[in-house]
Design a protein around this ligand. Structure first.
Ligand SMILES: [Zn+2]
Length: 77
């Protein structure tokens, strides 16, 4: 039978946070992040400012910038 430690649930509230879809899709190192760096607030969109941690925010921004530079290959020359 599964047992979930209430203390863990409280510290890592999955009801108010979820993994960022954007980062999960675009970051190959996403599973290597600290769990909190993967999470965004569940009531928010999957945008950088929804991340719960500074590190998560920064990584999200880096992915956004990388995606933009792929879409607009003006620097390819
Ligand atoms: Zn993200």
């Amino acid at each position: 039978m599964e047992h979930i430690d209430p203390a863990v649930v409280k510290r890592f509230d999955t009801r108010s946070s979820r993994p960022c879809e954007f980062c999960r899709e675009l970051d190959p190192h996403f599973p290597n992040r600290r769990p909190l760096d993967q999470m965004v607030a569940s009531t928010r969109k999957a945008v950088a400012s929804s991340h719960l941690t500074e590190d998560g925010y920064v990584r999200h921004r880096i992915l956004e910038l990388r995606k933009m530079s792929v879409r607009a290959p003006l620097t390819a020359a």
